[in-house]
Design a protein around this ligand. Structure first.
Ligand code: DX5
Ligand code: ZN
Length: 227
């Protein structure tokens, strides 16, 4: 499946971007909830894939991604892999209609191979760091990816508190990225913390509980965007 301009994370989109993490959606009404956040102005949907090994939670897989692709053919699907074996997930999620895959440096000894596999499958690639990980851990790969992700909670669950200490390395990363590379923040992003994320240079904010914990998604998405 080829990507439309609207389905590229590096395309011309209104920045900063806001990506609801569907981890806090009502899974019994997932299609309707995803349609509603897209209609309310979400730029993409963020799918948190957890394997019960890299993180202590089990969430969603390619079948769910495929169902969302059928339901929302124009929506950019951003897959955040929190798994021990990211390479094994690349082809299944490509076949399921994902547009973008981010994996964790902490999970992978051979990041270049994973990045190449993601690109070969026709997707954009991102690399993530957990709160304790220095930004320099991903420095060698910044020239090869379209996105860097700074986790502002220890991954595993939505609804955790934002870890302020990550803002310094976020700003350092922004200085090393070009304008067409995204800098994403994920974890504890809400109406209180979003300004600091944007000030540190993030142009893609992910939020689960701050968005799905409300009933009127539009104003929250606008506020997270800073407008
Ligand atoms: C954390 C996930 C996040 C999480 C965010 O393990 O990667 O995407 O769902 O949830 P909130 O926005 O509620 O912190
Ligand atoms: Zn995530």
């Amino acid at each position: 499946m080829s990507m439309t301009a609207a389905r590229s994370i590096t395309g011309v989109l209104t920045k900063p971007l806001v990506g609801p993490s569907i981890l806090s959606a009502d899974f019994a009404s997932l299609g309707d909830e995803c349609q509603a956040v897209v209609d309310a102005g979400a730029d993409l949907l963020h799918l948190d894939v957890m394997d019960g090994h890299f993180v202590p939670n089990l969430t969603m897989g390619p079948a769910l991604c495929s169902s969302l692709r059928q339901r929302l053919p124009e929506t950019l699907l951003d897959v955040h892999l929190m798994v021990t074996n990211p390479l094994g997930c690349v082809e299944p999620f490509a076949a399921a209609g994902a547009d973008h895959i981010t994996f964790h440096i902490e999970a992978e000894d051979d990041p270049e191979t994973v990045i190449n596999a993601i690109h070969s499958a026709g997707m954009t690639a991102g690399i993530a760091i957990n709160p304790p990980t220095e930004w320099t851990a991903i420095e060698p790969y910044l020239g090869s990816v379209e996105l860097a992700l700074v986790m502002s909670v220890n991954p595993g669950f939505s609804g955790q508190s934002f870890i302020q200490e990550v803002l310094m390395k976020t700003a350092a990363l922004r200085e090393r990225l070009s304008d067409d590379q995204r800098l994403q923040m994920d974890g504890g992003v809400n109406l209180e913390t979003a300004d600091a994320c944007r000030e540190a240079g993030c142009d893609l904010l992910v939020a689960a509980s701050a968005i799905f914990g409300t009933t009127d998604y539009g104003p929250v998405i606008s506020s997270l965007r800073g407008s």
